[in-house]
Design a protein around this ligand. Structure first.
Ligand code: ACO
Length: 331
């Protein structure tokens, strides 16, 4: 069976830069509070005319150009998001249309901050079994339009940003390279600890004035619980990725974790037994872009020369669900 290799990566964020001081003009918060608790200094928000699908298109086109491929060369789209442009259909088909292609399958993956790794697992299985050869895997989010930008929503509004990251995946026959393993986990007992209650078909009517007034359409989070589970389960998933492949922390060239919070990233680094220089973080500039955070960070890390052929890359994520995951990749 061939392994899955990352042929190329790309990312795109909107032009509108939002600083912590900008947020302090909208709600009762401060640069000091946000920096201290999360490490975030800036994030990007979409403007009129931009959607998740248009951000994804820009990221995808950059990755395709680097790969020397055209949209028409793709066999499949795997689109990961928890902030879809519409209830239905999924964003995969909107991205397909943006890319000017048709007929190939487009699947949506709804696993929030772990979305990119869940999507990688799906794409990896299809490539290894030969179902599809060239897969576009995208993580893209538009959080800004869903945030409660008042003091009521300040605990979540300051954390999230918009953006998209894309990778082109394909088979390699080189037995020393490619995706070595992907491990996925979920625990639905914690579903309501970070969720958007409505609109939803669990409610009748599924959307109402009352629901909107109560803010049920906003993401709400038990931040402390998220922190507690993330900082334990992410390092555990890194351990598993290493153990499953007979590797140790010393073998890791780079860990690219989901960018949720700088304090979580620092905990993961320490508990996984890694040095700070083995971990990539860019949360200070983009905030938490959920399914987009790993491919954005990966593209930046590659551009910075942090990863070379033969290096060991570990990915880990944790998020709403709870869901969590890790992957080991020989670059
Ligand atoms: N600005 C100023 N004050 C704020 C803000 C804000 N933006 N948000 C909350 N506060 C206040 C609270 O109201 C509270 O005030 P009180 O003591 O008077 O009641 C005080 O700050 C402390 O609030 P806590 O929630 O206890 O703060 P904590 O130290 O736990 O930090 C945080 C909150 C940053 C959300 C933290 O819990 C965290 O990082 N959790 C992880 C959440 C996360 O990363 N979620 C992302 C999605 S999931 C994922 O990607 C893994």
């Amino acid at each position: 069976m061939p392994r899955t290799e990352f042929i190329a990566t790309g990312f795109h964020v909107p032009a509108r830069l939002v600083t912590n001081d900008d947020l302090a003009r909208l709600m009762d918060t401060s640069d000091e509070w946000i920096t201290q608790r999360s490490g975030i200094k800036t994030r990007y928000w979409v403007s009129d005319g931009e959607t998740g699908a248009t951000l994804a298109r820009e990221a995808a086109c950059k990755a395709l150009t680097k790969a020397g491929l055209e949209p028409g060369d793709l066999d499949c789209i795997v689109y990961c998001t928890c902030t879809p442009d519409h209830f239905e259909p999924g964003n995969g088909v909107f991205l397909q249309r943006e890319l000017g292609i048709s007929d190939i399958p487009a699947i949506d993956v709804r696993n929030q901050c772990s979305g990119f790794l869940y999507g990688l697992s799906v794409a990896d299985a299809w490539i290894r079994t030969g179902a599809y050869r060239r897969i576009l895997l995208v993580g893209a989010e538009v959080h800004s339009r869903g945030l409660d930008k008042t003091t009521r929503g300040r605990d979540t509004a300051v954390l999230f940003g918009d953006g998209a990251g894309a990778v082109v995946l394909g088979p390699t026959d080189d037995p020393r390279r490619g995706v070595l393993s992907v491990h996925l986990f979920a625990d639905g007992r914690h579903a309501e600890k970070l969720w958007v209650d409505g609109p939803g078909l669990a409610h009748d009517p599924y959307v109402s004035e009352e629901m909107l007034q109560q803010g049920k359409h906003r993401a709400v989070m038990d931040g402390r619980e998220v922190f507690k589970f993330a900082s334990v389960l992410m390092p555990k998933s890194v351990d598993l990725a290493l153990q499953a492949n007979g590797l140790t922390p010393g073998d890791v060239t780079l860990l690219v974790p989901h960018q949720a919070n700088l304090r979580i990233i620092e905990m993961v680094q320490k508990l996984a037994g890694l040095r700070p220089d083995q971990v990539y973080a860019n949360i200070d500039r983009y905030g938490n872009t959920t399914a987009a955070s790993i491919p954005i960070a990966l593209d930046e890390a590659l551009a910075a020369g942090r990863l070379r052929r033969g290096d060991l890359l570990i990915l880990t994520a944790f998020g709403s669900g709870f869901t969590w995951a890790s992957a080991a990749i020989r670059w």
